[in-house]
Design a protein around this ligand. Structure first.
Ligand code: XUL
Length: 508
């Protein structure tokens, strides 16, 4: 009876999901939240408050403590000795810097002590920059110049040189802290770091997460010597190898066997980023459907045929863990902006917000609510309004329409028509928001029956790569949409097309 475990290390916590792939059943779920579960660490949202130059870092030792707590909690409701395979999904772009000797610390930790305590002496940088960091503007310019400009960088790596990506983060560190850089023997991503710890050996990076670094030749699925040279001295020897998604890393560590009760035969599959993992967990790893995930950040992603790059340099192309590539558009002002508008309008809860969206007439105006500086489109905080003037509670509808129209506009480079839209994330449960997305994209909207799509994707990847389960069977068992398809209202299409053009013009 193959049991597969998916572990998602997100910005705010760790979610572990155990599934039985024969019965198509979810067996157990456990979660550790970095803020509420570790109040004395003082990171209520899971990361360290922003620095003066846009730095946003997190504590990699808190990630390890969160991982252990989630496994302890999972062991209370499930027998971990029955787990046949596991894989990790990690928030993308975050990086961990380790000094020589870390391999030994990984291979032979003392089961009576925490992983964090034993790995702490091997951090050559005490904190990890994460995806919210925007401190690398100068480094992005330098890397882009060395690679022949942003367009050339995008053609090579799948993305223009992007502030939150790991390459620019590495360059800034090597430039500002050369002594610490010279002590750094290995740079890991969140996914490959956690995978290394679980497998007790230095793990590779997959092409899904590797493409979020501006260091990988996307078409070749290998590190690009030119990008490495443009980033930091002696980078090649500090990076683990890059491998395709279905690669086995080896059995779990002796530590996991002794401390958490895993079988020594449990296999670890290479980790990937949370967006590539969600692509699998949503049952969307083959082209044709588009996923919109409405969370702290809103993301839009889809499997794509061949390799493509966004000529505007805002969208990204990553490796698809199931083969080929995927697109990603990431918007920083997601739930944060919706929530700011809800509070501004004095709406007590999301039901009241949905009622305000429903009460206003559709496709009259669009407001792009940027509470913080935005990455897609690249703009300072502030609101961009098009169409009829907006007042009072109709701002709720105009803001959701503005967000949906902007995602539509900034994903047009992908080129594939949207046959159906899979909506995920907290706000997707709101029927009024789902209807706006159906109308704006002109496609039926479905919602996934199971939440935690990143952790689920990790479990399905583990079962596929290590237990030989077929992807089609796994999708049929775990990725069925919830009942109720939201159909688009085609009569609104011309008005939304006009608003999208107006928004494009206003953003130029
Ligand atoms: C994607 C991105 C975020 C992070 C955090 O490029 O920056 O979606 O993966 O979840």
């Amino acid at each position: 009876m193959p049991r597969a475990l998916g572990i998602d290390l997100s910005t705010q916590g760790v979610t572990a999901l155990l599934v039985d792939t024969d019965r198509g059943a979810l067996l157990a779920r456990a979660r550790a939240a970095f803020g509420p579960d570790f109040p004395s660490r003082g990171h209520p949202e899971g990361f360290l408050p922003g620095g003066a130059s846009g730095e946003v870092h997190a504590d990699p030792l808190l990630w390890l403590d969160g991982l252990q707590l989630a496994l302890d909690r999972l062991a209370q409701s499930a027998d971990l000795s029955q787990v046949a395979a596991l894989a990790v999904s990690g928030q993308q772009h975050g990086s961990v810097y380790l000094a020589d000797g870390f391999q030994l610390a990984l291979a032979d930790p003392d089961p009576s002590k925490s992983l964090a305590a034993q790995l702490a002496p091997f951090l050559s940088r005490p904190t990890s920059p994460i995806w919210m960091d925007s401190s690398t503007v100068e480094d992005c310019q330098a890397i882009a110049a060395a690679l022949g400009g942003h367009q050339a960088a995008c053609d090579l790596t799948g993305s223009a040189v992007t502030a939150r990506f790991t390459g620019p983060q590495i360059r800034r560190f090597a430039r500002l802290e050369p002594a610490a850089w010279s002590r750094t023997a290995r740079v890991h991503l969140v996914s490959s770091f956690a995978t290394s710890v679980l497998a007790g050996r230095d793990a590779p990076i997959d092409t899904g997460d590797g493409a979020g670094m501006n260091l990988m030749d996307l078409a070749a699925g290998a590190w690009s010597p030119a990008a490495l040279a443009a980033t930091a001295p002696d980078l090649a020897r500090r990076l683990p190898p890059v491998v395709p998604g279905p690669t086995l890393v080896g059995p779990v560590s002796a530590y996991l066997v002794a401390r958490h009760g895993f079988s020594p035969r449990c296999q670890v599959v290479v980790g990937t980023g949370d967006n590539p993992s969600s692509l699998v967990g949503m049952g969307a790893s083959r082209p044709g459907q588009v996923v919109v995930s409405l969370g702290t950040s809103d993301t839009l992603f889809a499997a794509i045929d061949g390799a493509r790059a966004d000529p505007a340099g805002l969208g990204h192309a990553f490796g698809n863990p199931m083969g080929g590539t995927m697109s990603l558009v990431c918007v920083r002002n997601g739930s944060l902006a919706r929530d700011a508008i809800r509070r501004e309008l004095g709406l007590a809860d999301w039901a009241a917000f949905a009622a305000a969206v429903d009460a206003a007439p559709p496709a009259q105006s669009a407001v792009l609510p940027l509470e913080h500086d935005e990455i897609t489109p690249r703009r300072p905080a502030g609101r961009v309004a098009v169409g009829a003037p907006v007042s009072g509670p109709s701002l709720a509808r105009a803001a959701v329409e503005g967000q949906a129209l902007s995602l539509r506009l900034h994903s047009r480079w992908v080129g594939t028509p949207t046959t159906r839209l899979l909506l995920a994330g907290g706000a997707s449960e709101n029927p009024a928001i789902a209807q706006v997305f159906a109308d704006v994209f002109g496609a039926p909207v479905l919602r996934l029956g199971v939440s935690d799509s990143a952790a689920l994707g990790a479990a399905l990847r583990a079962a596929h790569a290590a237990c030989g389960s077929s992807l089609a069977d796994l999708e049929a068992a775990f990725c069925q949409p919830a009942p109720g398809i939201v159909q688009p209202r085609s009569r609104l299409a011309p008005a939304y097309a006009a608003l999208e053009s107006a928004l494009a013009a206003a953003l130029r």
